[in-house]
Design a protein around this ligand. Sequence first.
Ligand SMILES: [Fe+2]
Ligand SMILES: [Fe+2]
Length: 279
Amino acid sequence: MGFIHITDPHFVPAPELLYGMSPAARLSAGVQLINEAHADADFLLVTGDLAHYGEQAAYETLRDSLAPLEVPVHLMMGNHDSRAPFRAVFPDTPEIEGGFFQFALECDDLRILCLDSLNDVPGDHIGRLCETRLRWLDEQIALTPDDKRLIVANHHPAFDLGMPKLDEIKLADSDALWEVLERRKPDMFVFGHVHRPISGVWRGIPFHTVRGFNHQVALQLSDDPVVMLTDENPDIALIRPATDSIVVFTRSVGGEIRTYESGEENMQNPLLENGRLFA
Ligand SMILES: [Fe+2]
Ligand SMILES: [Fe+2]
């Protein structure tokens, strides 16, 4: 019931590391958590930046890391990805005219339209949605029954977040996207790219994103010259339809140290000295 959203695993070929971390080891921990606790989810959706440099060997490592996953997985493009090497490793990913990886998913009464905002100019990290990709979106929205709730998933946010360095590389075609979306506003917008847990509302559409699976971007709200990264545990988000709502549960992979019963407020925590979490 519901589906799981993760983002930005930034794979490099095993056993290489990225920023001193193993994307494969981190994703494997996520796969284990999903298998143990959320194997009833309809699928896992990964909103892009699957590989850091976009080489085929990185996608092969990603494929191997996903192999133990007990739910289906759907992979989207991000600005760090490269379509031809990805296609060689994941040949079953649906493509539209022009070779863009866009597809529609169904989950209970949710319909999720997944976009491919990878820029065709190599090395340009700004997101693009050309006429072909937006026409597909328009057609798919028209095909979505009124009694289905609509989620649009894309790698790049379509609007400024107030994080200047990331706002520079958001989706460039947000006005054209909005022209399509305002005909039927989605119930939710899901994206990746910013490697931080963020939720809010854009033009009346609720949005959410989660931490990157390998590295995280520090919460930088000023226009510093360099993007700063930070070490945090990755998230998985479980997106579930409820009676008259869509609920997003976010949980940390590896950050949940212990689970214990409520009600015994005076119990000792064996992991914390004098109950202090921070020194
Ligand atoms: Fe990323
Ligand atoms: Fe990105």
